[in-house]
Structures are given as structure tokens and as C-alpha cells.
Design a protein around this ligand. Structure first.
Ligand code: AAO
Length: 456
């Protein structure tokens, strides 16, 4: 089967949740490009319902690229700035549904009712599910409910319809014309895989798509159904890694029930799971950084770092002006996780020097094999053969760990402490390799990482 895995997005990505286009455009040049990110996942760009909550983005009113995150011109300018910085833009495509509201006027002024959107869709273009009393999905073990009833009351497009498919493909083609490289397919589980495949087949061959199909135990619809279309987010990855960190017991990955590496986009948390069951989020400071570092050090999947804003109300949107436009923030001054954040404050993970250090580490590791790890107490580490070594201590007391390595003896720079490109270890944090082992002295909660390209 592996020969039939479609080409996907590669390199390290970052989800810039609810960030305005101007803010992402600036950061592509100032932060993302220099740090070595290959792609950025944006929030949905289409017109949406009004309201202050972040999730208005997920209720499309039209496919006009005019939203609280910016205008079409601003979107196009962002894509241009990012491409110039070597960063591809992946847009979040909300194509399973429209709104849940009975009637209203969208952010860009389009009047709509729940099953009628001017110039796009009328009542016949939607499923009108009678399998449940209110037409909403109640039972995820029922394929028919999941794919023909309404996700949390959102008008569910009939993606088997030729008109619906063509209309969606028209929207995605428009975004490609604005320069985007590919798409996250929101709520892909709620569309039959053949429908998603038919829509994607109307796009240029090789367009990267990442389907959001949350792996659920006992559910009939699994991510494997969608891997012939493109990549999928592998939710099992964070569910395995995160709890190890909070338990303070790191081990080699088992990866039972994971899609093949080439199909997997992996993450520590995302905008849903940081509000849901993610074990590790920005609130966990050093452990969050540790999780990102271990993910970036891994040889499985395409990693996407998550960067959102702090919140205590899970519905609360990012800071907005009186017109409802998100005001955004830039992260040039952020160097690492903070002990605490004010509500609405940007977490700025994309600017942490340790993340940039780990992207450099990952490039140095290349295709080198991940060797089995070693542990001592809570400390755990592993080598990417002959290229790079990482060690992490999720425990509550300091630990010294010797990780066997074939790296040449010498003094190496810790790219977690000091960031990338510290030739000569100008930052001062070093790790010694001698007698076939890298010896790490780790404080509680500390991660350290060395690679062949940064030596003292
Ligand atoms: C808002 C309000 C609602 C209101 C609605 C309509 O919050 O109260 O009814 O408006 O007025 C986002 C927000 C929603 C918001 C929506 C629309 O998250 O709160 O609703 O915008 O504005 C399912 C889908 C998955 C979806 C996820 C949220 O399968 O596709 O629900 N994610 C995407 C986006 C998300 C967005 C939408 C889709 C809609 O990322 O941000 O919603 O465009 C199980 C199932 C999953 C299911 C979850 C949640 O997961 O497997 O398929 O996701 O339940 O229902 C363990 C289990 C796992 C389980 C998980 C649950 O991990 O192993 O199986 O727990 O946490």
C-alpha cells in the first residue's frame, strides 16, 4: 500500500491559531522563515458568522475571503510574504457544513438562513437527517449519523452532490490562486472519504491535504480510510506522548494503531485538544516545550507545533477591535515558555529559541535511525544514529543520564538552552561526549539536545 500514499506536506509546520493575516505575514519574515519552519497552518479564511468566540471561524456564511482575520488582499499579501520567506501556507478548509444559526448576516455582510446561502447553496444541497430527534449527531458508532447528521447543529452539506462538490472545489481553487500550498480538511470524518476524494481530485494533482479525522475507539470511521487522499492528523500520537510526560515516565514509542509515518501529521496539542483532553498544553511550560522537542526529535510523521493564546474561558476569542477584527500580536520578543500568561496573551511557541534549535537538530538528524532510548529515574534520552542526541527529565528531581552515542567525542552545544547555530557554543550550555556516551545533567523539567553541527 505504501506506494499509493500520496505526496504530502513535509518539514516542520506551525498552527498559528486565530492569527490575523498581517500578523502571520510579518512573522513569516521575522520568525518562521529564520527558525526553519516549512509551513504554517492558518485558521479558516472564509466569511463566517459574527460573534466574539474563536469558533465563529468554523461556521462559514460564504466563501468570500473576508473574515475577522483579514481581507482577501491581506491574505494574498501574507501568502506572498510567507513564500518569500520559504514558508508554505496551508489553509483550514471548512467544507463539511455551513452555520447552525437559523438566520443572520455574516462578518462580511452576507445575509443567510441556515439552509440557504446566496450564490452557493439552497436547501437541496444539505442533508436533512432524520436519524436523531434534532438531526444532530448523537452516536459516533453510527457511520450514517456521523456522515449525514449535523455536527453540533451545523447545516451539513451533501458532499455527494455534484453541485456541492464543484462549489467547494471552486473555493479551494480560488485559495490556490491566492498562493496557498494546500489544505487542512476540517471535520473530514463527517464526509464520506469518497466525497473528499472526489473534491480533492478536482484540484491540481499533488495538492497536499491533511484530513482531520479524530481517531475514536469503537468508531467505524477511522483515519485509515482517508490516507489514500492525503495525510491525516494522527491523534493517537499525542495521546501516547502526552501522558508519559505528565506521569514522568518516558519510553520508546509503541505506536500501536498509528497510520504509516508518511501519512501522519503529528502534534502535541491543537486548538480543540488544548480545550479538551490534551495532557500537555501551554499551561505546562517546560513540559510543553519538552513534548515539542521530543516530537521534533522523532522520526515519525510530519510535526506541527501549536501556537495559540492563553484563555480561561474555552469559548473566548482572541483580542478583537470594535469592528470584530482580531488585533493579533507578534512574537519577536518571546524566547521561551512563560510561567503564566494573561487571558488573550499570545503563547508565541513559534518564537521560542528551543524550537528553532530543535528544527536545526531535526535537519541535522535527517533520515538517521532513532535508536532505542535509555532511562535513569525519570530521565530518558535517545540518539538519531551518529547525528544527534536528546535527553529529557520530566521528573521532579535532577538527574544525570548517559546516552550511548556514536557522535565523535567532544563538546556540543545544547540547542534547547541556547537555540540554533551556536557554533563555539557561544550561549554557554554544553554537553560532553566521551567514551561513546553523551552525559546530560538535567534539572527537573529540563530538556537538552545536541547535534553534529553545533560544537564547542
Ligand atoms: C459551537 C458551539 C456549540 C454549538 C455550535 C453551533 O461550541 O455548542 O452547538 O457552535 O452553534 C468548533 C468548536 C465547536 C463549535 C464549532 C462551530 O470546537 O465548539 O461549536 O466550531 O462554531 C468532532 C468532530 C471534529 C471537530 C470536533 C470539535 O469530529 O471534526 O468535534 N473538530 C473540528 C474543528 C473544530 C470545529 C469543527 C470541527 C467544526 O477542529 O474546532 O468546531 O467546524 C470524539 C469523536 C470526534 C469528535 C469529538 C468531539 O472524540 O471521535 O470525532 O470531534 O468526540 O465531539 C477522546 C476520544 C475521542 C473523542 C474525544 C473527545 O480523545 O478518544 O474519540 O475524546 O474530546
Amino acid at each position: 500500500e505504501s506506494a499509493s500514499i500520496p505526496a504530502g506536506i513535509t518539514g516542520v509546520g506551525v498552527e498559528m491559531f486565530q492569527r490575523p493575516w498581517t500578523s502571520i505575514g510579518t512573522e513569516c519574515g521575522s520568525t518562521l522563515g529564520p527558525a526553519g519552519f516549512s509551513w504554517v497552518l492558518t485558521s479558516p479564511p472564509q466569511e463566517h458568522i459574527t460573534g466574539t468566540q474563536w469558533w465563529t471561524s468554523y461556521q462559514p456564511v460564504s466563501y468570500t475571503v473576508d473574515s475577522k482575520l483579514g481581507t482577501e488582499q491581506q491574505f494574498a499579501d501574507m501568502v506572498k510574504a510567507c513564500r518569500a520567506a520559504g514558508v508554505k501556507v496551508i489553509a483550514d478548509a471548512v467544507i463539511n457544513h455551513m452555520t447552525a444559526q437559523g438566520a443572520g448576516t455574516g462578518f462580511a455582510g452576507t445575509a443567510f438562513t441556515k439552509y440557504a446561502y446566496p450564490g452557493l447553496y439552497g436547501p437541496k444541497d444539505f442533508h436533512h437527517c432524520t436519524l436523531t430527534p434534532d438531526g444532530s449527531i448523537q452516536d459516533y458508532t453510527s457511520r450514517a449519523q456521523v456522515q449525514t447528521c449535523e455536527l453540533v447543529g451545523l447545516a451539513d452539506l451533501d458532499t455527494a452532490s455534484a453541485h456541492v462538490r464543484t462549489t467547494i472545489a471552486g473555493y479551494l481553487t480560488h485559495l490556490l490562486g491566492l498562493g496557498v500550498a494546500g489544505f487542512r480538511i476540517d471535520a473530514a470524518k463527517h464526509m464520506a472519504a469518497e466525497d473528499v476524494a472526489a473534491i480533492v481530485a478536482m484540484l491540481p494533482k499533488g495538492t497536499p491535504v491533511i484530513s482531520e479525522v479524530i481517531r475514536g475507539a469503537e468508531e467505524p470511521i477511522q483515519p485509515e480510510e482517508y490516507t489514500r487522499i492525503g495525510q491525516v492528523f494522527e491523534f493517537a500520537y499525542a495521546r501516547e506522548l502526552g501522558p508519559q510526560l505528565t506521569a514522568g515516565v518516558l519510553m520508546d514509542p509503541a505506536r500501536a494503531d498509528h497510520v504509516p509515518s508518511a501519512s501522519a501529521v503529528v502534534f502535541v496539542d491543537n486548538h480543540d485538544t488544548e480545550r479538551g483532553d490534551a495532557a500537555v498544553t501551554y499551561r505546562d511550560g517546560p513540559l510543553d516545550l519538552m513534548a515539542d522537542a521530543l516530537m521534533l526529535a522523532d522520526d515519525y510523521g510530519t510535526p506541527v507545533v501549536y501556537s495559540g493564546y492563553a484563555f480561561s474561558d474555552p469559548d473566548a476569542g482572541p483580542p478583537q477591535d470594535a469592528s470584530g477584527h482580531v488585533t493579533g500580536w507578534e512574537c519577536a520578543g518571546a524566547t521561551g515558555p512563560k510561567a503564566s500568561y494573561a487571558d488573550g496573551e499570545g503563547v508565541c511557541a513559534e518564537a521560542w529559541k528551543s524550537i528553532a534549535g530543535m528544527i536545526e537538530w531535526r535537519d541535522a538528524a535527517g533520515a538517521a535511525e532513532r535508536r532505542p532510548g535509555v532511562s535513569k529515574g525519570a530521565a530518558y534520552g535517545f540518539e538519531r544514529t551518529g547525528r544527534a542526541v536528546i535527553a529529557a527529565n520530566p521528573g521532579s528531581s535532577p538527574a544525570t543520564l548517559a546516552v550511548p552515542t556514536t557522535l565523535p567525542a567532544g563538546t556540543y552545544c545544547d540547542v534547547i538552552a541556547d537555540g540554533p547555530s551556536m557554533d563555539g557554543c557561544a550561549g554557554g550550555a554544553t554537553v560532553r561526549v566521551s567514551d561513546g556516551a553523551a552525559t546530560f545533567d538535567l534539572d527537573a523539567g529540563q530538556t537538552a539536545a545536541i547535534h553534529l553541527g553545533a560544537t564547542g
